[in-house]
Design a protein around this ligand. Structure first.
Ligand code: FES
Length: 168
């Protein structure tokens, strides 16, 4: 069903935090602290539909001062080299990754302390995750954050064949 589909081109990004769930995320709300998002598409009647039927769809958004986001991040998939979106699902065993409380602007998984660097394509900087978090291409439409394309790589803690099957 549509609420289980992964983030698709044209979806808008809305808050996943309970107190603001479903509210569109604005640029002013973003920074070096993680903002969790859901993709929101449309149902068969054209009404807004948050794609939270699959918990693997949760996303992590950051905004860093210009120049801090660097390769191998795909810069064309960021907004102005400042705003970047990733899958928030740890590639190790699927926990939702959080901010690293010891290191501003870095990420740490609460389950087995996997660490990722969101300024460098969410590469693994510590712990057991086998792969970085997948980057999701985004763009700005007016003041709305919009999904620009499909994930650049496998976002799931699954093997590549499951990922290939899901892409279809
Ligand atoms: Fe994230 Fe194990 S699930 S480190």
């Amino acid at each position: 069903t549509r609420d289980k589909m992964p983030p698709l081109k044209g979806d808008i990004l809305v808050h996943a935090a309970e107190d603001k769930e479903g509210q569109p995320i604005t640029v002013a709300e973003l920074g070096e602290k993680l903002v969790r998002a859901w993709p929101q598409g449309k149902d068969a009647q054209g009404q807004p539909l948050i794609r939270k039927g699959d918990p693997n769809n949760v996303l992590a958004l950051y905004k860093f001062p210009k120049g801090q986001i660097v390769a191998p991040t795909n810069m064309e998939a960021t907004i102005d080299g400042e705003i970047v979106a990733y899958s928030d699902i740890c590639t190790h065993a699927g926990c939702s990754v959080s901010d690293n409380d010891q290191q501003v602007g870095e990420m740490k998984c609460p389950c087995h302390s996997g660490q990722y660097d969101p300024k460098r394509a969410c590469m693994v900087t510590g712990g057991p995750p086998p792969r970085r978090l997948a980057q999701l291409p985004i763009r700005l439409e007016g003041s709305t954050l919009v999904v620009a394309d499909f994930f650049l790589e496998n976002p799931y803690p699954f093997n590549e064949s499951e990922w290939e099957a899901r892409k279809k």
